[in-house]
Design a protein around this ligand. Structure first.
Ligand SMILES: NC(=O)c1ccc[n+]([C@@H]2O[C@H](COP(=O)([O-])OP(=O)(O)OC[C@H]3O[C@@H](n4cnc5c(N)ncnc54)[C@H](OP(=O)(O)O)[C@@H]3O)[C@@H](O)[C@H]2O)c1
Length: 377
């Protein structure tokens, strides 16, 4: 059995590889794999890039062979229990058994009950251990785990506030609340989700682009030998009841950088839809029985597109709507050490009477700012 002291750095490496796939792996999870010699030397590594393409284990085995090495008698360290079923690609357990792998160490069990990847490996005489770095991996693949369990995307709210809980600065104040490090962390979060969602209030006020630009930073996670981070962009989504998104907005004119979807009510302006569609923006109509979009239908529309997780960057109105609808699953709030005295500055959430507590909170610092992230209860 590979020594624990060798194992954890190898699993950390596999987690870093998994993240390279980002939200583009949906409806599959991000998975990373390292194949190592029993003394801990890395022989090959790989990650899952997108559904229909090789799984991480198969990529890592191919890398070992491409380097002219033999995977027999080695250890596979993989973030998720290897799959035992024929999907769009053959089962990974078969590839591991055929390669003569001696030991498999994984992080998180496959929640598809009864699929039994670990069991199949044991039956083939391979030593198997699970649960290594499980907490960190569960957090990384939370959208997928949530989607498998509930059939709807994880809605992860992200907000940035002042010390007194203001979402904006007063009239004429600086555009950003947080500093560069926190903004880079937001770009990293965007990349980890299949979609980024805003309300039309924010689209009109800020004219944002919502692309991933500041992640990965140059030479992220190590040296030149690292595999590159594929360029991926989330689906950018605007919740826009009356279809007010300007045809000249940065979102509507940047489809070449990544797809844009506007969800609107049945009654919304058909002419505007035509103008947006002619620029490549997709428009879909969803129910709005109470005037504004039914957020359950919004989630279902995203699920139909294979979105397992959405990073929602809400203003006070959309945050209130999601919380009231019970559709806020995780909330990450960045806090900057500034006090905003202006009465014009908006609150984090429009008062809606629903108390919120964050479960299992994780606090982090980002330069001079901090963040707290937890599951919404
Ligand atoms: N600091 C931060 O982290 C941060 C993040 C985001 C935004 N902001 C700020 O927040 C401000 C905008 O906030 P906002 O409250 O006006 O707008 P918002 O929350 O961005 O968008 C709200 C709009 O979304 C549409 N919507 C459709 N269905 C909805 C539903 N079921 N529930 C709620 N909204 C729904 C509605 O448009 P209709 O009215 O047309 O129905 C609603 O007015 C901007 O100043 C922006 O800078 C700050």
């Amino acid at each position: 059995m590979i020594d624990d002291a060798l194992l954890e750095p190898l699993m950390d490496r596999a987690v870093g590889l998994a993240e390279r796939g980002g939200g583009a792996t949906a409806p599959n999870p991000m998975v990373g794999c390292v194949i190592a010699a029993p003394d801990g030397r890395v022989l090959g590594e790989g990650f899952h890039l997108r559904a229909g393409e090789n799984h991480a284990e198969v990529e890592a085995l191919a890398a070992v062979r491409a380097a002219g090495r033999d995977p027999r008698g080695t250890v596979a360290v993989v973030t998720l229990e290897p799959c035992a079923r024929q999907g769009r690609t053959p089962p990974c357990v078969d590839a591991l058994v055929a390669a003569g792998i001696r030991e498999v160490v994984f992080g998180v069990e496959d929640p598809h009950t009864g699929k039994g990847g670990a069991q199949r490996l044991r039956e083939a005489g391979i030593e198997v251990r699970g649960g290594v770095r499980e907490r960190a991996i569960r957090l990384l693949i939370e959208p997928w785990l949530h989607f498998v369990r509930t059939g709807r995307p994880l809605m992860h709210l992200k907000s940035a506030v002042t010390l007194n809980g203001r979402l904006t600065r007063g009239w004429g104040g600086p555009r950003w609340i947080t500093g560069e490090d926190a903004r880079r962390a937001v770009h990293r979060l965007r990349r980890r989700h299949t979609a980024v969602v805003i309300g039309i209030g924010t689209a009109l006020a800020d004219d944002p682009l919502l692309t991933v630009r500041d992640w990965p930073p140059p030479r992220a996670l190590g040296g030149d030998a690292d595999p590159p981070w594929p360029r991926i962009q989330p689906l950018r989504v605007v919740l826009d009841t009356e279809l007010r998104l300007p045809v000249g907005s940065r979102l509507a004119t940047s489809v070449a950088e990544g797809p844009v979807l506007v969800l609107c009510a049945e009654r919304a302006d058909r002419e505007r839809e035509g103008a947006l569609a002619s620029q490549g923006v997709e428009v879909e109509r969803v129910g709005s029985p109470a005037g504004r979009l039914d957020l359950g239908e919004v989630a279902a529309a995203l699920a139909r597109r294979g979105v397992t997780g959405a990073l929602v960057e809400p203003g006070p109105a959309l945050a209130a709507g999601l919380i009231a609808a019970g559709l806020a699953d995780r909330w990450t709030v960045f806090v900057a050490p500034v006090w905003e005295p202006s009465d014009d500055a908006l609150p984090l959430v429009l008062a809606n009477g629903t108390p919120v507590e964050l479960e299992d909170p994780v606090w982090e610092s980002h330069g001079s700012d901090a963040s707290v992230s937890g599951r919404v209860r």
